[in-house]
Every structure is written in structure tokens, then in C-alpha cells.
Design a binder for this molecule. Structure first.
Ligand code: SAH
Length: 616
């Protein structure tokens, strides 16, 4: 068992000091691959390690090397233990407390940037416990200010974060000025929110989302989406310091923020330029390189014959910035820096020089590896969803699905989560959208009712990935199974699937009716218990009549038939009848039809199929 949903919190350490806490935490920690530390007074279990000496001293040795802590001890005791270790909310690990009964999970410290709120939600879903999150924005259904841009890889800039967060929590109006980056976060806001998107310099509190440094006298915070692609041209062995200085000076001159840099772009033969490679590594900037044949085709403001003669393209910095950003116009056209000093001259190429140009992309670079979580949410009620699937939904930046299914799982959504609902017909659009977002770097959950791999979205998404020449790894794909309608329906009428069975969908949207009919005949003759999915829709009314006729040709009119409509939903309806009596017109698209085999019987309104034929 491994819970990839917890990856961003690894390494996680857990601590239990009582047998009850040990019982609660041990299975969870095994799944998380987290070491569960216990005192020598407790009996060790698989995955536990015994600490000696005092817990506070031991905790001090774990503190800086772990990103998450799960404590199975009294919240007060945890407060005393961590107090001397806390430094700042931007660097402290997530601290979560599990109560001794396992019913409540508390986000104790570093709720936002440390991720404790999110870790709490994930642990709570795993344990079927109640998450306790005490932050103000969470209670208002608002995204936390200091988490707003994280799904999109934005960098936090300067500002009075405490003051602006406070204003949001008090419901005071906060002006938002956004000139770059995704506006998807805005779609997550509840109807009553404190944000004002109209230009208003008079407002007291501001959020500025830009690639430029915008200083103002008001109380504000800045987020920097990473939209700037910096094109670099330089001679062999140009020192890192000179390249760095050249970039710094360009940024300064144009009032741009270093935090808004997405990455560096250049010519392919510069891909191993030591100074450039070193700088990119130090700054965690991707280095994108392009061959001269690509760059030479790009229209730039300042082409150079000298450069063309040398490397086969009249522009390196400008062309590669444009190419990396995927735009047509530059934000900053070519600047040439010589040694430490800027120079306007392009003709004098003696000595070391760096050329810088900057283009601004429409879409920010997230720097994240996207994930596609294909999630089966079961037939309806929340308690029919596996904890793993629930955790996947909680973890996702974006949840995509058919509106009816999203309504069923609404209680699982968290503030700030992007939820995109589509009509039932737009399955392809759902899949394409999910892949687009995941390729961009987001974690996207695509939900299907029942099991996602049984007439669900999983197969469709895999097909679409294949059509895009997916490498099988990026985006990462994980499939979370769910209770399918056949299991849900069966459980409501007894045990009809105790022997070999066969599921057939009557939908001829993607399968020729001829094929479906042949399958019905074969299954009927082979005496499989049959489960009919998609039995009927508003326009597709004849198929079920035909299916009934086919079964009557091969089976007795007394064969038990069950119609289970909306299993595990509030409008559930169950009818048990016989093949003869069964009325196809009483069935709709929310129904699953179960047809017994020759030994299936009805006993006190329960539909039972014996395990074998021997006892007949
Ligand atoms: N992936 C789903 C099936 C989707 S096809 C699963 O594994 O269950 C849609 C069909 O599933 C419906 O037409 C109906 O036949 C059946 N179905 C889905 N949910 C159901 C429910 N709660 N009760 C009864 N039938 C259901």
C-alpha cells in the first residue's frame, strides 16, 4: 500500500506514546511509509521505532528533516513539545494531532504554507475521521491568501501578508489587481467574498498579481506567476556572475520581478554552457534550448548578421525568449551587457558579452509534474467511496466530472479547490480538459460514478493520452477503483452475482447494436447472470425490449430479474420480478437490470444465486 497523495509531505514522522494512539497510527503510518516513533514502554509493531531519552530531545533531532508530523498525543502536550522548535510559518513543518479515539484530526500548526490543513484533510479521509481546521478563511470557504497561487507555481512576493489575510478574514474589501497568471482561482470563490476586481487605487488592501514589482503606499501583497522567459545569448565560457548580473540589471531596468522568471531559453549548442547551467541550477530555472533552424524562422526586432554568420540564426536571445514563451512580441528586446557594464553597442564583440531578451508567456510555468487521478466515486452515498478515492479528491487541485456526480461528493471539496462540472454528454471534453490541466502541472481528479474503469472515464482518458503520444509517465496517472453499479445493485437485492456473470451495456452510442445483440445472445445461452448497464435512455427505448426477448428465448420466464434504480442514493427504487413479468418501459437510465441464471431464486424477496450448480 502506498499513498502517493501524501508525497508532498514526505518525509513524515509520527509519534505515539499510548497503546491507543499506537493502534490508530500504526496502519496509517505503514501506508504512508512514515516511521512511527514510540517510547520503550510500548510494544513495537511493524514500522515502529523506539526512541530513547526524552521525547522533546528526540523531536528536536527530527524537526528540521521532516515536512510533516502526526502526533497521537494530547494537543496540549504537543504544543509544549513543539514550542521551542517553531521558527516561522514559511519554514515550519506541518503539525497534525490525532485524538486518541481516532475520530478527530486537528491541524495544529503551519496550516497554510506548511500544509497542515491539507495533511489534516488527507489523514481524516484515510481514517474516516473529522478534520478540525480552525483557520478563518477555511471557515469562510475562501482560499488561503498565502496558498492562492501554489497550484499554478506562483512565487510569493513581498507584502504585509498578515494584514491582508486579516482583512479577508474580517470580510473587509480587498482589491485584486491581476495582470498575468491563471484566473482559475477566481472561479473557486463563494458568492459572498471580499475581493473586488475593479481598478481601485483608493482601496486600503490590495493583492497584486503581476510580473512587475508594483510598489505602493497601500497595504498589499504580491504574487508572481512565473511567466517571464529570459532569452540568453553569450559567448563560450561567459562566467555565471556576468550572466546573473545581466539578468538582474535587465529586470531592474524594466521593474520586473526575479520571482516571475519561468526559465531561461537559448540556442541548443549553449545547453552545456557552464555559467548558464550553473545559474539555472542555483535558481531552479529550467533551461530550454532550441536548434538554430527553429530560431532562424522567428521574427525578431533586432536580427544580427554577425550572429547569423556565427551560429546559423540571426537571433538567439530574442528568438529563444519568444519561442519559449510561445508569443509573438517581446516584453524586453535585446540588451547587451559587457563584463559588468551595460552597453548599447552591438558592433563591438570583443570581450565577454551577454545578450538578454525577455518574453512574457500567456500561461505561467508551474514547475510541477501534473497528475491525473481517475477516481471511481461509487454509486452515491459518501460512505460508499473508498478512503483512497476520497483522499485523491481532497488532494486534487482540480476536480472534473459530470454535474450530478459532483453534487454527490460536494462535502469532500475544500475551499479554493477548482471544480469544473460538465453535462453528461461532454465526456470527451472532460477528458481533454483534464489532460490539458495535468500537462500544465496540476493535479486533476476526473470522477466517474461507480468504478472509473467500468464504462467510466478511465478508458477514455487513457485513449486520449495515447492519442497525444503520452510517454506513460508525465502526467502521472493513478486509477482509484470504486464500487460499480453491478456490485451496488447486487448488494441491495441479495447475492445474485455468486456465480459467473457478465456485464453488458445496452448503449449503442459507441458500439454497433449488432455487436451488443450478439453478446446478449451468447451470454443468455451460456447461462451467465447478466447485468445490463445503460438499459434505456430517453431516445433509446427499444433495446431493452429486444434484450428481454433474447433472454426469454434462452431462459425460463420465471428467471428472477431485479431493477435497481439509483442504488445508495436518496431516490433509490428496487423492483424484483421475473423475466416474463419484467416491464422494460419501467426502467430508466439510472437503473441497473440484473437477470439471474437458471439456478437463481427468490427467497423472501431476496435474489440469491447458488455458488454452484451441484446442489440444485
Ligand atoms: N462507471 C459506472 C457505470 C457508468 S454507465 C459504474 O461502474 O457503475 C451508467 C450506467 O450505470 C447507468 O445507466 C446505470 O445502468 C448504471 N448505474 C450507475 N449508477 C447507478 C446507481 N447508483 N444505481 C443503479 N444503476 C447505476
Amino acid at each position: 500500500m502506498s499513498f502517493s497523495q501524501f508525497q508532498s509531505f514526505q518525509p513524515i514522522a509520527a509519534i505515539a506514546t499510548t497503546p491507543q494512539a499506537l493502534q490508530q497510527l500504526q496502519p496509517l503510518c505503514q501506508g504512508l511509509n512514515a516511521i512511527l516513533w514510540i517510547p520503550n514502554t510500548l510494544h513495537p509493531l511493524p514500522g515502529t521505532q523506539v526512541y530513547s531519552g526524552s521525547l522533546s530531545e528526540h523531536l528536536a533531532t527530527l524537526w528540521s528533516s521532516h515536512r510533516g508530523f502526526i502526533f497521537g498525543l494530547a494537543a496540549g502536550a504537543v504544543v509544549r513539545l513543539i514550542a521551542p522548535l517553531l521558527q516561522h510559518k514559511s519554514s515550519d513543518p506541518a503539525v497534525v494531532v490525532l485524538d486518541q479515539t481516532g475520530k478527530f484530526v486537528i491541524s495544529l500548526c503551519s496550516g497554510h504554507q506548511g500544509g497542515a490543513d491539507q495533511l489534516t484533510r488527507l489523514v481524516a479521509r484515510q481514517l474516516n475521521a473529522t478534520p478540525i481546521i480552525t483557520g478563518a478563511t477555511n471557515a469562510l470557504g475562501l482560499p488561503a491568501l498565502d496558498l492562492l497561487g501554489l497550484p499554478f507555481g506562483w512565487r510569493q512576493g513581498p507584502g504585509d501578508w498578515t494584514a491582508v489575510s486579516g482583512a479577508i478574514a474580517r470580510g473587509e474589501q480587498v482589491n485584486v489587481f491581476q495582470e498575468v497568471g491563471s484566473t482559475l482561482w477566481q472561479t473557486t470563490l463563494p458568492p459572498a467574498h471580499p475581493f473586488d476586481f475593479t481598478p481601485n487605487s483608493e482601496a486600503k488592501f490590495h493583492i497584486c498579481i503581476s510580473s512587475q514589482r508594483r510598489l505602493s503606499d497601500t497595504i498589499q501583497v504580491q504574487w508572481f506567476p512565473r511567466v517571464l522567459w529570459v532569452g540568453i545569448g553569450c559567448e563560450r565560457n561567459t562566467p555565471r556572475a556576468l550572466i546573473e548580473k545581466a539578468i538582474e540589471q535587465t529586470l531592474q531596468q524594466y521593474n520586473l520581478a526575479e520571482e516571475a522568471i519561468a526559465g531561461i531559453a537559448t540556442l541548443d549548442i549553449k545547453g552545456d554552457e557552464p555559467g548558464l547551467v550553473e545559474l539555472c541550477q542555483a535558481k531552479h530555472w529550467p533551461l530550454r534550448t532550441f536548434p538554430s533552424e527553429v530560431l532562424r524562422e522567428i521574427k525578431v526586432p533586432n536580427p544580427s548578421k554577425v550572429v547569423e554568420a556565427e551560429v546559423g540564426t540571426p537571433s538567439v536571445a530574442e528568438a529563444s525568449a519568444l519561442q519559449a514563451a510561445g508569443v509573438k512580441t517581446l516584453f524586453v528586446s535585446k540588451q547587451i551587457y559587457r563584463d559588468q557594464l551595460p552597453s548599447a553597442s552591438t558592433s563591438n564583440r570583443i570581450g565577454q558579452a551577454v545578450t538578454v531578451a525577455i518574453a512574457q508567456a500567456e500561461q505561467e510555468y508551474t514547475g510541477r509534474t501534473g497528475q491525473l487521478l481517475l477516481v471511481g466515486i461509487g454509486p452515491g452515498e459518501l460512505d460508499q467511496i473508498t478512503p483512497a478515492a476520497q483522499t485523491a479528491i481532497v488532494q486534487a487541485d482540480v476536480v472534473i466530472g459530470y454535474s450530478l456526480y459532483l453534487d454527490l461528493i460536494r462535502p469532500l471539496f475544500r475551499p479554493g479547490q477548482i471544480v469544473e462540472s460538465y453535462p453528461i454528454t461532454q465526456e470527451r471534453q472532460r477528458g481533454e480538459r483534464a489532460i490539458d490541466l495535468a500537462q500544465w502541472g496540476l493535479t486533476v481528479a476526473v470522477v466517474s460514478s461507480g468504478d472509473c474503469g467500468i464504462y467510466g472515464m478511465a478508458g477514455l482518458v487513457f485513449e486520449q493520452l495515447r492519442a497525444r503520444s503520452w510517454d506513460g509517465k508525465t502526467p502521472m496517472v493513478q486509477v482509484f477503483p470504486g464500487i460499480s453499479a453491478l456490485q451496488a445493485a447486487a448488494s441491495r437485492v441479495g447475492a445474485p452475482l455468486m456465480h459467473d456473470f457478465c456485464a453488458i451495456s445496452l448503449s449503442d452510442l459507441l458500439t454497433p447494436w449488432e455487436v451488443i445483440q450478439n453478446r446478449l445472445k451468447a451470454a443468455a445461452q451460456a447461462d451467465f447472470v447478466c447485468i445490463l448497464y445503460n438499459p434505456r435512455s430517453r431516445t433509446r427505448t427499444e433495446q431493452l425490449h429486444t434484450a428481454k426477448r433474447i433472454f426469454l428465448e434462452a431462459r425460463s420466464g420465471n428467471t428472477p430479474v431485479a431493477m435497481v434504480r439509483s442504488a445508495y442514493r436518496c431516490d433509490e427504487e428496487i423492483t424484483i420480478t421475473t423475466l416474463e413479468q419484467f416491464n422494460p418501459d419501467a426502467v430508466d437510465m439510472l437503473t441497473t437490470v440484473l437477470i439471474g441464471n437458471q439456478s437463481t431464486g427468490i427467497y423472501e424477496n431476496w435474489m440469491i444465486t447458488p455458488r454452484g450448480y451441484l446442489g440444485k
